[in-house]
Design a protein around this ligand. Structure first.
Ligand code: AG3
Length: 283
């Protein structure tokens, strides 16, 4: 038996299923957990790969450590989505962080990851700094008061389904409003490679660059996402992700990471020409 993700009509990716651990249709989406010999336990939402045990460190390193190395004074963090807990796990490694609000629309994702994917979700069990809200992220930011977060991490699905509202002007404007003057927004930014993903990437970047004075994109290699080439957005009112990188401060923290390092931090913002061109186009 194989799990297959359709990248586009003529291209698909398959991974052999040793065991179909669990399947459920929640109020929001289809949730499945599987096991593969090489990648370990993995889970999918509406047929899209979310997390595998073998490569999740890449995604979670890059969403968390890039902003933390630019502003080591980050104290109050908002995570939108991220129900598997991987992003919270990395962020909570910083002793300097005083509060993390995590807003996940689908409680079932959290509960099932706690059961089947403790590698990421055990971080959600018992840290007094973490509060989990089972709410729609768009509504949550609309109802949040201004200038209260130093960092917002948007760990979302694609803009089809429950994640759709997280790719709108309305969402980005509210993020801007609830971030402090030092604030940084990191968002799941799709991929430049296949047409549909590239379309969403361009649309999202064109909105973010109209909302924030600084809007950059950085890349990483994700073996189990379409094409393996994936992006995060870095937006801020104040910080440039390269000029303001605090390499020494970050390295002195002595955090052990498997993917992120401060050399790679700079390299990740150096984009291939075709990607730069796509991001310059207006949508
Ligand atoms: N968040 C989903 C990233 C996008 C996946 N898209 C896709 N496979 N087409 C991953 C959650 C990790 N915390």
């Amino acid at each position: 038996m194989w799990f297959t993700e359709h990248y586009q009509n003529d291209i698909k990716f398959s991974i052999e299923v040793q065991e179909h651990i669990y399947s459920e249709k929640s109020n929001y989406q289809q949730i499945d957990f599987y096991k593969n010999k090489t990648f370990g336990t993995f889970f999918t939402l509406d047929g899209f790969m979310m997390v595998t045990q073998k490569d999740e460190f890449i995604y979670h390193d890059m969403i968390s450590h890039v902003p933390m190395a630019v502003n080591p004074n980050i104290k109050n963090v908002l995570i939108i989505g991220g129900g598997d807990g991987g992003t919270a796990r990395e962020i909570l490694r910083y002793k300097s962080i005083s509060s993390v609000d995590m807003v996940e629309i689908d409680e079932r994702v959290v509960r099932l990851c706690q059961k089947f994917l403790p590698q990421t979700a055990s971080s959600l069990d018992d840290d007094f700094r973490l509060k989990i809200y089972f709410e729609d992220g768009l509504k949550f930011v609309q109802n949040s008061s201004s200038e209260q977060y130093d960092l917002i991490l948007v760990d979302s699905t694609d803009p089809i389904g429950p994640g759709e509202g997280l790719f709108t002007y309305e969402f980005y404007n509210n993020c801007n409003r609830i971030l402090t003057k030092e604030g940084i927004l990191i968002n799941q930014h799709e991929s430049p490679y296949y047409e549909q993903d590239a379309y969403e990437m361009k649309r999202s970047h064109s909105k973010i660059k109209k909302t924030f004075p600084i809007a950059k994109v950085y890349q990483f290699h994700m073996p189990t996402y379409a094409s393996g080439h994936w992006l995060f957005g870095f937006a801020s009112k104040k910080y440039d992700p390269i000029k303001d990188l605090k390499s020494n401060l970050w390295n002195n923290l002595n955090l052990q990471t498997k993917y992120y390092n401060t050399d790679l931090h700079i390299g990740a913002f150096m984009l291939p020409t075709y990607v730069k061109q796509q991001l310059e186009s207006n949508y």
